[in-house]
Design a binder for this molecule. Structure first.
Ligand code: TYD
Ligand code: MG
Length: 458
């Protein structure tokens, strides 16, 4: 018998070598190599499913299927998917353990079944009775929802062929294994092989598949980038442990917009949609404001969100002052502080600065700059910013306010929530007319300060 050949595979990035290495030359992670047995692919098996169903076609002759998307009945989930689940697509939902991945997919299954779709839920982690318990809690009842506790991919494949479901859910990809290769479930080779097989099933049988993937301690999708490259859509499930709301964010989508978000709240009977998230984030916003608080309009995907930024500045007891940023990038805050110091003479070298985004959401776009700067300025000067004014604008290094994208949508959202004024960059061209909100265009930080600060706090 021929000797079995083995290889060492980095479990972080999938890099392969013949011998063991302590550090991966590709991604730099330590002790990430695991020995795996080489299993040569049988020639006739490779891509057979794909070859059968996809002969070369002329573009003009391809017929568009009218119903290529399947609505989940959960509009926030549909929005993230780009309008529904595309038939024959492979979607990855990744998130921390316990965030609610199984919950949302069981709810989605229930909704699809109401529309007479057949759903095949493969549970590789939980027993059938555990799923039943969750279904009772969520109020999911259906005749066309099939639960299958199984980890073997070959058996799963067989049942997909027999059942011909509209949607297959694999919970989770890390727990599934194929007997074609010999490494253990959850290793890079297994994940790659299983995902590949699932992709072929999706494309050849025109069935949509959603796979759940866990996230590692470092926040990467376990078993890792290779998985992201292979699937059609990657959706990240995020949330704050201390808050009840959860955010679904599309980070890759072959059939729709990326960075689109859907917002949910986790209750005792599952996840419910948050139709107006800005209201949620401004729930505790105090109209009689304190110094150091401003409202910005950030844009998540194509959706504008109003969030409150707070800053606290105080004399430091340390030789080097502290800069702490929660929900915004610390580097960005440092840059804003440098601009404030140089352009408007705000001296913060003996002051600690804390910046916080209320509600636990992350705001990573530069359009939040001006709001952060004004929160800091009002705190330092102990004045309040007009509580009916929202702020948008990126700050350049010379103190100029730069244009941002989706300006009209942002203004609209502020108007909808009852804001009377909005400060925007002069460089932005606003085509639409807004009746209930006054638009203030500014070129420099100093103008924004002069237009927004209304009174001293004492
Ligand atoms: P789950 O969907 O099992 O998470 P995942 O599959 O991502 O690991 O969700 C588990 C958490 O959600 C658990 O901490 C309990 C909570 N939860 C609720 O608060 N309400 C509910 O109705 C359900 C089903 C779960
Ligand atoms: Mg789960």
């Amino acid at each position: 018998m021929a000797k079995l050949k083995s290889k060492y595979v980095c479990q972080n990035c999938g890099y392969e070598t013949a011998g063991y290495l302590g550090k991966c030359p590709e991604c730099g992670s330590w002790a990430s190599f695991v020995e795996e047995i080489n299993t040569p692919a049988k020639k006739d098996e490779v891509f057979s499913g794909v070859l059968e169903t996809l002969p070369p076609m002329k573009l003009n002759e391809i017929e568009m299927n009218s119903e290529i998307r399947m609505s989940t009945n959960i509009s926030e989930f549909d929005r993230v998917l780009g309008g529904g689940i595309v038939l024959g697509s492979l979607v990855l939902i990744a998130g921390d353990p316990g965030i609610g991945k199984s919950t949302i997919l069981l709810q989605t299954s229930g909704e699809l079944c109401k529309n007479n779709k057949k759903v095949f839920y493969v549970s590789a982690e939980e027993s059938a009775s555990q799923i039943k318990l969750r279904a009772e809690r969520l109020g999911v009842k259906s005749d066309s929802l099939y639960i299958y506790p199984q980890t073997n991919l070959e058996l799963i494949k067989k049942h997909i062929e027999d059942l011909k479901p509209d949607l297959v859910i694999i919970d989770s990809i890390q727990a599934v294994y194929t007997s074609q290769i010999q490494s253990s479930a959850g290793s890079v080779s297994q994940i790659r092989e299983c995902t590949n097989s699932l992709m072929q099933i999706a494309k050849s049988q025109n069935v949509s598949i959603i796979v759940i993937g866990h996230v590692t301690k470092e926040g990467n999708i376990a078993g890792p980038k290779v998985l992201e490259h292979m699937v059609d859509t990657v959706i990240q499930f995020e949330g704050d442990k201390y808050k009840t709301y959860r955010i679904l964010r599309s980070i890759k989508n072959r059939f729709g917009n990326t960075s689109e978000v859907g917002i949910f709240e986790m209750n005792s009977n599952g996840l419910s949609e948050v139709i107006n998230p800005s209201e949620l984030f401004l729930k505790e916003y105090n109209q009689t404001q304190t110094p150091g608080s401003t409202i910005i309009v950030t844009s998540e995907g194509t959706r504008p969100l109003l969030v409150e930024i707070q800053a606290l500045v105080g004399t430091t007891p340390y030789p080097a002052p502290r800069r702490v940023a929660n929900g915004v990038d610390t580097g960005r805050v440092l840059q804003i502080l440098a601009v404030l110091e140089k352009r408007i003479g705000l001296n913060l070298s003996k002051q600690d600065v804390y910046v916080n985004v209320i509600g636990g959401i992350d705001v990573n776009e530069p359009a939040a700059d001006l709001g952060i700067a004004l929160a800091i300025v009002t705190c330092v000067r102990d004045v309040v910013f007009d509580s009916h004014t929202a702020i948008i604008g990126e700050i350049g290094l010379s103190g100029e306010i730069r244009a941002v994208n989706h300006i009209e949508k942002r203004i609209n959202e502020a108007q909808k929530l009852g804001f009377k004024k909005i400060i925007i960059p002069e460089a932005n061209d606003v085509q639409e007319e807004f009746k209930d909100i006054k638009i203030i265009k500014v070129k420099k930080i100093i103008e924004a300060i002069n237009r927004g600060i209304i009174k001293c706090n004492n």
